[in-house]
Design a protein around this ligand. Structure first.
Ligand SMILES: Nc1ncnc2c1ncn2[C@@H]1O[C@H](COP(=O)(O)OP(=O)(O)OP(=O)(O)O)[C@@H](O)[C@H]1O
Length: 251
């Protein structure tokens, strides 16, 4: 297998939220290298600072100390592929309108941006729904639009913050398969945040477990299982038990 290039290098990253009354040290000395085209999962209990970390990578927030280096220069905000649960669709815009939005803002001409958007609408299986409004779509379909929109930004880095957290179990499983299929067809560097151990093992090339107070990288796992992985395989269950034993209880 080809040696993958370092895509994002995070060194001694710390984040403290300070107010007049108190200060909370959330992240301390996070060290992490993300490889090009890797599907990296960041796993950690609730409130451990996963979103804070992703916000810093997306430049929605600033670290207190430490560095984040991007091999090809820091992507501009509009160029990142973001799939955040709270990063909602524009309700008054159609599926096409939402997916083409990023390139529209950049001034790409209509024919080019719509052809680009259509490619990703097809990829997530929403052909025929281009004119539908978000309220006409199921939760799973809305998440697909969010993924198509992120891909259509043409960033080679995708940041996903618990994108399937609000979905029912069945839809979640099918979205997990979907996201892997899309990634196989269209390799990008993916950082996928979750608090779900099974989801982490199902998806990740590598899993980074966060923990401690303040939070730092606790351990790293490489699921040595071919995809599609099976939730009931011995190797899957063994890794699941190992990770659960290593995980801090939720705060
Ligand atoms: N703007 C802020 N001001 C002060 N503290 C903050 C701020 N944002 C986050 N925090 C602190 O950071 C902690 C971690 O928050 P974060 O949302 O990153 O957790 P998380 O791991 O993503 O949790 P979950 O899995 O529940 O979404 C919070 O408990 C909170 O104390």
């Amino acid at each position: 297998m080809a040696v993958l290039r370092d895509k994002i290098v995070i060194k001694n990253l710390s984040k403290t939220f300070a107010s007049k009354k108190n200060s909370v040290e959330v992240l301390k000395d996070i060290n992490l290298t993300v490889k090009e085209n890797e599907f990296l999962v960041i796993l950690g209990p609730g409130q451990c600072g996963k979103t804070v970390l992703l916000n810093i990578l997306a430049e929605l927030d600033e670290q207190t100390s430490g560095t984040v280096e991007f091999a090809d220069g820091r992507p501009k905000m509009g160029d990142l592929g973001l799939v955040f649960q709270r990063y909602a669709l524009f309700p008054w815009k159609s599926v096409m309108g939402n997916v083409e939005m990023n390139q529209k803002l950049k001034g790409v001409d209509k024919a080019t941006r719509q052809a680009n958007a259509q490619k990703y609408i097809d990829l997530v299986g929403l052909q025929g729904f281009e004119k539908a409004l978000p309220k006409q779509l199921s939760g799973g379909m809305k998440q697909r639009v969010g993924i198509a929109r992120a891909y259509a930004s043409e960033s080679d880095i995708m940041l996903m913050d618990e994108p399937f957290g609000a979905l029912d179990a069945q839809t979640r499983y099918s979205m997990e398969d979907e996201i892997l299929k899309i990634w196989e067809k269209n390799k990008r560097t993916v950082i996928f945040v979750t608090n779900n151990v099974e989801e982490a093992i199902y998806l990740g090339d590598r899993i980074i477990l966060l923990g401690g107070h303040p939070t730092s990288v606790k351990k790293e796992y490489i699921p040595e299982m071919p995809r599609p992985r099976n939730y009931t395989d011995q190797a899957f269950l063994r890794l699941r038990n190992e990770i659960v034993a290593d995980t801090d209880l939720s705060l």
